[in-house]
Design a protein around this ligand. Structure first.
Ligand code: SAM
Length: 237
């Protein structure tokens, strides 16, 4: 369904991943996140290289399940469990509907990702999710993921980032707005969504992400993908 959630005169409330967002999510994310399809395709490539037999694959903040599906469709290793987690009941319901008939050995869990156990993992993905976690809880989450990964396992983190250099920040923000305009969003929709996300989506710089990954124990982290102000990091344990 086409996303026109912000195309109205009603008051702006903090963004929530509720049933109105679930209904339009797939359209919204593709028209709002430059490079979204490529991010997913890259996760598919990485699972072929880094997936290990007899291990768990985690998709944290799964929404409608696109990452879990890419993991399953591209997986070359044996005896894996796919664990998709989201704290929105409506997202979990939709994710189950999308994936249950397509993936064996699937668990879709409704939980705060700060509360789940990560164990025997070879792949963990946080695709556009860390930015919604309270900043002061982010290091503890990445530490737990590091502890739950097997040697040679990977964490993939995709995020919207900001730049400390104001000129660069302004120019990439403008390009991102142009991207949204080109995908049919009006000035009203762009402005209302920005205000709605302001308090709940907190971006950080590339350096802050890389420093946190290093501090958690990852010796090898790289920003392997960037499209405007959206990036993906690969960290190998
Ligand atoms: C932008 S969406 C993620 C998109 C998805 N990973 C994809 O690639 O299509 C962010 C998701 O994270 C979930 N989320 C936010 N905070 C969470 C938390 N603390 N625990 C679990 N899920 C959370 C939201 O409900 C939402 O579905």
């Amino acid at each position: 369904m086409r996303d026109d959630l912000f195309n109205n005169d009603s008051d702006i409330a903090d963004f929530r991943f509720d049933d109105t967002v679930v209904a339009v999510f797939d359209d919204m994310v593709r028209r709002s996140v430059p490079g979204y399809e490529a991010m997913i395709q890259m996760v598919g490539l990485l699972v072929r290289t880094y997936g290990q037999d007899n291990t768990n694959f985690y998709d944290l903040g799964t929404s409608t399940g696109a990452i879990t599906l890419a993991l399953a469709l591209n997986n070359k290793s044996k005896n894996n469990k796919f664990i998709a987690v989201d704290n929105s009941q409506e997202m979990v319901k939709q994710c189950k509907e999308n994936l249950i008939s397509k993936i064996d050995n699937l668990a879709v869990i409704c939980s705060d990702i700060n509360d789940i156990n990560i164990e025997n993992a070879s792949i963990v993905v946080l695709n556009l999710t860390l930015q919604f976690i309270e900043v002061e809880k982010r290091s503890a989450l990445i530490n737990r993921i590091y502890q739950g990964l097997n040697q040679g396992g990977i964490l993939i983190v995709s995020e919207k980032i900001h730049f400390d250099n104001q000129q660069k920040q302004n120019s990439l923000t403008k390009l991102h707005m142009d991207f949204k305009r080109a995908n049919g969003y009006s000035e009203l929709e762009i402005s209302k969504k920005r205000q709605s996300l302001e308090n709940i989506m907190i971006t950080e710089s590339k350096d802050v992400h890389l420093e946190r990954l290093k501090a958690s124990g990852f010796k090898d982290s790289n920003c392997y993908f960037q499209c405007l102000n959206f990036v993906s990091f690969l960290s190998v344990k």
